[in-house]
Design a protein around this ligand. Sequence first.
Ligand code: 2P0
Length: 313
Amino acid sequence: MFVKATSFANFALVKYWGKQDKEKIIPYNDSISITWDIFKTYTILETSSRFSFTLNNQRASTKESEKVKAFLRHFTDDVERVRVMSQNTFPTAAGLASSASAFSALAKAANHFFGCNYDSTTLEAITRKGSGSAVRSLYGGVVRWQRDGRVRTIDAPIEDYRLVVIMIDENKKAISSRDAMERTVATSPFFNAWVDQANTDANKMEHALKDGDFTQIGQIATQNAMTMHATMLAATPPILYLKDKSMEALALITELNNEGIECFYTLDAGSNVKVITTKTHVETLVKRLKSHQFTKLYQGKPSFKGAFISDEG
Ligand code: 2P0
């Protein structure tokens, strides 16, 4: 027997950064994301004589295998009889939300494979344990993950929004989001201010999204991302994900937006820059980025699908 699930990465317009409950993975602040149709994970669970976990066609490390086994124990008492194969269509752990698509796909696949049929609240609670942001990839479109742990989708006119990811560095990041978040909560003097700001931003962002106010969405999203980075820069020792090239890209995006090419940037736990623009402006934007030597670009559209079972037999 096998089950295949597919899921997509999501990028937050208002970021999740900090856990008030490290066991249940409950955030200090609300976050809001859009699920995009690029950066997919395919996960297959197959009956086997012993457990194995293959990530991107390579046998996973003991640490990764143990994490997957621990996750699967939420679905079964017998994890030894399953083979797990997971494939990302993009660089893993490079700040491209690979853990979000990976754990939402695994959760969906396991729920089906082991016949659990958990309701959405239970599945969300389990998915969070793999990766907090993965809970947002269970759903398509605009998703709000609240600080009470609940998740809901927001109906907003985002069909014409487009994503352009500027690849600055495809390598695995030096510090995981989980460790970086913990250090920020424990040592950054700005952490409380971040939580207040982000919760206010989430409310404003929900309104702006529903109104389709692209300028307002861009202003809130960019300021939110920069506040998150400022908060982690103030941690001890400081957490610095951005590279010189990232900074160059930010300046260029601001310049292009000022010229009338509607776009804004956001940043996650990595140096790669995500630019959001519209269908009308995407071609010009890409051309201009390329003319400034930003040649490694990925382009996407919103996905209105979240994680789903794509094959079984
Ligand atoms: C986000 N990030 O909202 C934020 C912005 C990165 C920067 O959620 O510890 O892999 O597994 O819950 O979900 C990445 O962190 O962390 C993340 P854990 P996760 O997208």
